[in-house]
Write a protein that binds this ligand. Structure first.
Ligand code: HEC
Length: 125
C-alpha cells in the first residue's frame, strides 16, 4: 500500500468508530440509564421523607430495615410488604392512629414515599 493510500483510509476509520460509539452513548443516555437515575432519585426522596421529611416521620411508628427504623406503633413494613397503592391510600386517608398526610405532603412526595416503601419492603418488585 502506498503511503498516500494509508493516509486517506487511516483517519476515516477512527472517525466512523467514534461516530457509532457516540450514537450508542446517546441512545444509552436517553434510554435505560435515564430511568435508572429517576428510580434512584425517587428512592432517595422517599427514604428521606420516611426517616425525617414527613411530619410526623414514618420512622417514628414503623419498622423498615432499609430505612434503619424501629418504630413499633404501626405495622412492620418488612412483614406487611405493602404495594405502592396501599401506601398511597394510607397516606391520603390515614388509618387508625396514623394521621393523613394529604395536607402536609405534596402528591409528588406521597408518590415517592409509596414508591420507596413498596420497593424497600419488597411489596413491589
Ligand atoms: C403516629 C404513628 C404513625 C406514623 C407517624 C405513621 N404511621 Fe403508618 N400506620 C400507623 C398505624 C397505627 C397503622 C395501622 C393502622 C390500623 O391498621 O389501624 C399504620 C398503617 C400504615 C400502613 C398500612 C396501611 C394498610 O393498608 O394496612 C402504611 C402503608 C403506612 N402506615 C405507611 C406510613 C407512612 C409511609 C408513613 C410516613 C409518611 C406513616 N405510615 C406514618 C401509625 C403511623
Amino acid at each position: 500500500m502506498k503511503p498516500s493510500a494509508l493516509l486517506s483510509t487511516f483517519p476515516a476509520r477512527p472517525a466512523r468508530l467514534l461516530l457509532s460509539q457516540g450514537l450508542l452513548l446517546a441512545a444509552a443516555l436517553v434510554g435505560l440509564p435515564a430511568s435508572a437515575a429517576e428510580d434512584a432519585d425517587k428512592m432517595a426522596m422517599g427514604k428521606k421523607l420516611f426517616t425525617a421529611g414527613a411530619v410526623p416521620a414514618c420512622a417514628l411508628c414503623h419498622t423498615l430495615k432499609d430505612a434503619g427504623s424501629e418504630g413499633a406503633v404501626g405495622p412492620v413494613f418488612d412483614e406487611l410488604k405493602p404495594n405502592a397503592a396501599r401506601v398511597n391510600k394510607a397516606l391520603h386517608d390515614g388509618l387508625g392512629a396514623m394521621p393523613s398526610y394529604k395536607a402536609s405532603l405534596t402528591e409528588a412526595q406521597i408518590d415517592a414515599l409509596a414508591y420507596y416503601v413498596s420497593r424497600a419492603s419488597g411489596g413491589e418488585k
